[in-house]
Design a protein around this ligand. Sequence first.
Ligand code: ADE
Ligand code: ZN
Length: 319
Amino acid sequence: MDLESFVAGMPKTELHVHLEGTLERDLLMRLAAENGVDVPLPEGGFTDLTSFLAQYYPAMRALVTEDDFFELAWAYLLRAAEQSVVHAELFFDPQAHTGRGVPFPDVIGGYRRAIEKAQRELGVHADLILCFLRDLSAEHAMSTLMEALPYKAWIVGVGLDSDERGNPPAKFAAVFARAREEGFLLTMHCDIDQPGSIEHIRSALLDIAVDRIDHGTNIVEDPALVDLVRERGIGLTCCPISNGFVTDDMKAAEIVQLLRAGVKVTVSSDDPAYFGGYVTENLLALARAGDLSEADLVQLQRNALEVSWLAPFRRDRLL
Ligand code: ADE
Ligand code: ZN
């Protein structure tokens, strides 16, 4: 069997995809027209995280009604089903919407409706992870957490995304401690080659005690931290195509090094509408750049299921 068919047919788990990053151009243009909002179309040409985020947030203004959030998540879940995704953990950025006056219940209500429909009609299982925007204040994150508490049953964990420069994990220590007390699992972005990446990884692991790290391949700079994540079985959700956009390097060598060292690295798509690849394309890109075997690809997918936040009875059935 050729590599494309093998990867296409593999049952997959996607742990790092931002729902707002799945907003494809056609849907963006249609929703902007229906809502009568003037939205700058993403032009691409990103050279780093900041230049990507500068196009990413304005495009979200196309999303206004509960139905819009439903449509966005439903379009992603249809694509996930086509790509043999059996389980997906979906980041969403409520502050990017509530800050424009969209009510929190409309955001989460639309997303949840799509997830329930996908479970019924597509056999795709999905959960939501609420991400705080790290360039906003810790107080804003805490009030968002409070707003989310009535919807706890729909949210499996919390994360941290957006601009990492000058916004270290410690800024959100109290928010993450409270989220933990409320029963949420914890992850956070430690983006590629950001100023202070390795200190952010260390702090996320030692001070915040995260359950996973998103990206995090700079961990190769500190062998003691590599040992720590291997011993604790902490997953790193890597996104090769996204890495290639924000740093000019897919970081295939680092991902393969971590895989060979027995770290639970996984492959996901991050913001596929912007970076041009869903999970299948990310696995293929890494397989080619890192010269991976079919057994390696299976290991990456086993890792994803093992470090997923599925309830054990569901996870063990899929493993
Ligand atoms: N928001 C969406 N994608 C992101 C990324 N790769 N890093 C930080 N914030 C993001
Ligand atoms: Zn991300």
